[in-house]
Design a protein around this ligand. Structure first.
Ligand SMILES: C[S@@+](CC[C@H](N)C(=O)[O-])C[C@H]1O[C@@H](n2cnc3c(N)ncnc32)[C@H](O)[C@@H]1O
Length: 369
């Protein structure tokens, strides 16, 4: 079958690499999604192991449609009965971009009607109670009149690893934090610092990568309720993931944060994630002695000052951060912010920068190697 890993714009190449690392065959990479070939085992492993993807979908089909009749007819052509039995639940969720059919509720109801019509005919029944059985969330994505129909196998988005039971005010998605670590020069033998750690996501994701802990190990996915996926296969994939955890890695990950309550949250999240060895402290970065830091990697997501009244204090903070960072020895910095003037305020042009989205906020990852 064809599987699709969806992801935030800008993370496609990282997700592509992660899929290749699982030994799977990538068919194509497009904006926000990577399509790959795989069986049931690939479906389970992709959900369990991909750190930077949002969801794993099973592709049902693709077609061009500009009218509701075309959408209905082409949707009924697919063999929905191969996945959905007469008692299953199948909600439909649609998004539409730059398409003649732009009303998402209308697309949802036409696709639903088409699937119901197909199943009623196949099962020779008028009644599809949808009150028991497994759930098959149907995803419809229309882009420039090209429709993708798929079934979601993940349920909650993959950034919900299960370790972050509490979060601070502006937590970063775990998938983006993992991507920052992968885009940085950090290797587990190098000290890592996050001096604006919030709920600790960057440090925790780095530790999970270093210890080879599968990001999905602490949670379940929608596919767990699907009868056609062998329970023994699922168990085997989880057991294999548990066996591949590296217990021999010595970590030097240091997270600090201004707010004491937030530091406590971060510490508890790290313990939940099985990364209790991360060091946390409550401190203003301005009070840290940066001359002690050497040959280390800094990865941070400081406040952005999105609100107009916060902007000047955040810009002042970026200047102060630049002055402090100058005192460190041979350290690299990977900092994400929506403020495009960061290099000017920090006092040095970045060696590279990369556009990324933190939720809906367009950001830059400034890289100082
Ligand atoms: C955008 S949040 C970081 C979110 C974090 N990446 C996460 O996933 O939870 C920025 C954090 O910087 C902290 N902060 C603000 N000013 C600081 C300062 N002067 N020194 C250290 N931390 C500071 C805030 O308390 C906040 O938790």
């Amino acid at each position: 079958m064809e599987l699709i890993a969806t992801c935030a714009f800008g993370l496609e190449k990282i997700v592509y690499d992660e899929i290749k690392k699982l030994g799977l065959w990538v068919i194509k990479t497009e904006d926000g999604r990577v399509t790959f070939e795989g069986d049931e085992s690939a479906l389970v492993k992709a959900n369990l192991w991909l750190r930077c993807a949002d969801r794993i979908l099973i592709k049902v089909g693709e077609f061009h449609a500009e009218t509701f009749d075309e959408l209905f007819d082409q949707t009924t052509d697919f063999e929905w009965e191969n996945a959905i039995t007469k008692n299953d639940v199948f909600p439909v969720d649609a998004t539409s971009v730059k398409s003649a059919l732009h009303s998402e509720p209308a697309i949802q109801s036409i696709v639903k009607k088409a699937i119901v019509t197909r199943l009623q005919k196949q099962y020779k029944t008028e009644i599809l109670p949808e009150n028991s059985g497994a759930t098959y969330q149907i995803i419809v994505k229309a882009n420039k009149d090209q429709f993708l129909l798929a079934i979601d196998s993940s349920g909650d988005s993959l950034h919900k690893r299960g370790y972050r039971t509490k979060a601070n005010q502006a937590p970063m998605k775990e998938t983006l934090a993992a991507a920052l670590v992968k885009l940085s020069d950090w290797t587990p033998d190098r000290p890592l610092y996050d001096t604006f750690c919030g709920s600790g996501t960057i440090g925790i994701e780095a530790a999970l990568i270093a210890k080879n802990i599968a990001p999905g190990l602490k949670r379940e996915f929608t596919f767990h309720s699907w009868p056609w996926i062998d329970k023994a296969l699922i168990e085997e994939c989880y057991q294999e993931a548990k066996k591949s955890i590296r217990t021999d890695v010595k970590l030097n990950i240091n997270c600090s944060e201004l707010d004491p309550e937030t530091t406590k949250i971060a510490e508890s999240n790290a313990k939940n994630a099985g990364c209790g060895e991360i060091k946390f402290q409550t401190s203003d970065f301005r009070s840290l002695d940066f001359s002690k830091f050497e040959n280390s990697t800094f990865i941070s997501n400081p406040p952005y000052g999105e609100r107009l009244d916060e902007r000047s204090s955040v810009e002042k903070m970026y200047r102060q951060f630049g002055e402090k960072f100058q005192q460190s020895n041979n350290c690299s910095l990977f900092l994400i912010t929506s403020n495009e003037n960061f290099p000017y305020l920090f006092g040095r042009p970045a060696d590279k920068n990369r556009k990324l989205f933190n939720g809906n906020i367009r950001c830059y990852l400034f890289m100082y190697s």
